[in-house]
Write a protein that binds this ligand. Structure first.
Ligand SMILES: [Zn+2]
Ligand SMILES: [Zn+2]
Length: 345
């Protein structure tokens, strides 16, 4: 059972954000800011799904046709994710379509980034050089080449991290669209073929995990016999099943090397620490819920558990602006006293 059966709309994102902000007023600025970006991503995804995206390189045979990409199980067994199986074919990010939505939202959410976002949007959208700029950005996004990113950062007079964040925002709608098309193609492949802590679609690290109802693998020290653990990709939002007790970062499976913390009165939301590799993972037990939460947003409501783990010296599997809040200009969230109600599970 995939954790995310339907693609949430921009409206659903706004409603989820409003609920999170009500539940955790202290986190409202953070939740609202990332909610804006997520809502723009949902609107962009809907445009792409409806066929309304303008190609980065119209007619270029080097662009990946997602519908025709089929999983190679032998490569999966070797740890090559689906997008890694596409060879030299490149992702079409539809930058002309998504740039106004995503960069507009990023500028509104993070005013300090607005000048760079506006410059990037103008360069991608208008003028004689726009098509060449779309190709340059798409190439840098496809390759992830740090030197190419550094050149672009200088071109827009931006810190490297800011430009990388904005390009990540720009790539998100197409990447999530790719997962929506490719994810179902993995349903016939037994989950044990992959069982890795990296996403089988894009190779990204998990932002969190969900415990869902379902028959599970037999293990002697598991108390809950009706739960499966699904990891949620921080890159493309795909969810995939993973062994209940294994650390997704290092693969270690010894319970004496794990610690679990939750906030008093809420054992369904917790953080798991691996003493072997010093990484942590957020987990929500959603077995009692009618539907799983949108895992693109759910980690925003768990920032207090990020803080707890990081103060103990543990690192997230997927670092992003909201679990490294000082990067986004939210210094209040990075400091302050430890939440007193945290307890060992
Ligand atoms: Zn992924
Ligand atoms: Zn580990």
């Amino acid at each position: 059972m995939p954790a995310l059966a339907t693609e949430p709309s921009a409206q659903a994102v706004h409603e989820h954000v409003a609920t999170l902000a009500r539940e955790r007023p202290a986190l409202e600025p953070l939740v609202q800011a990332f909610g804006l970006v997520q809502a723009a991503a949902a609107a962009s995804r809907a445009l792409l799904a409806a066929g309304g995206g303008l190609s980065d390189a119209p007619g270029d045979p080097g662009l990946l046709d997602l519908a025709s990409l089929e999983p190679d199980v032998a490569l999966l067994e070797q740890g090559v994710p689906l997008l890694g199986q596409a060879g030299p074919l490149r992702m079409d990010f539809h930058l002309a379509t998504v740039a106004p939505l995503m960069l507009g939202a990023a500028a509104e959410a993070f005013p300090a980034l607005a000048p760079v976002a506006a410059g990037l949007e103008a360069a991608l959208s208008a003028g004689p050089g726009a098509e060449a700029m779309r190709r340059t950005c798409a190439q840098a996004m496809n390759s992830g080449d740090r030197d190419a990113l550094a050149v672009l950062a200088r071109r827009f007079d931006a810190p490297f991290g800011v430009l990388a964040f904005l390009l990540e925002c720009l790539g998100r709608p197409a990447l999530e669209r790719a997962a929506a098309i490719l994810g179902p193609k993995l349903q016939e492949t037994p989950w044990t073929i992959w069982n890795r802590g990296r996403c089988p679609v894009c190779g990204g690290a998990p932002s969190m995990s969900l415990l869902q109802l379902g028959p599970q693998e037999p293990t002697e020290y598991l108390k809950n016999v009706s739960a499966q653990r699904w990891l949620c990709c921080s890159g493309c939002a795909h969810t995939w099943r993973f062994a209940r007790t294994m650390c997704p970062a290092c693969g270690h499976d010894e319970q004496q090397d794990r610690e679990y913390f939750h906030v008093q009165g809420n054992a369904d939301e917790r953080v798991e620490l691996c003493k072997r590799c010093n990484h942590y993972l957020l987990t929500m037990d959603v077995r009692d819920r009618l539907s799983a939460p949108d895992h693109r947003l759910a980690p925003l409501g768990l920032v207090h558990l990020d803080m707890l783990a990081q103060r103990r010296g543990y690192a997230p599997l997927a670092g992003n602006l909201w679990n490294l809040p000082e990067m986004a200009g939210f210094p209040d969230l990075a400091g302050g006293p430890e939440p007193p109600e945290a307890e060992r599970a």
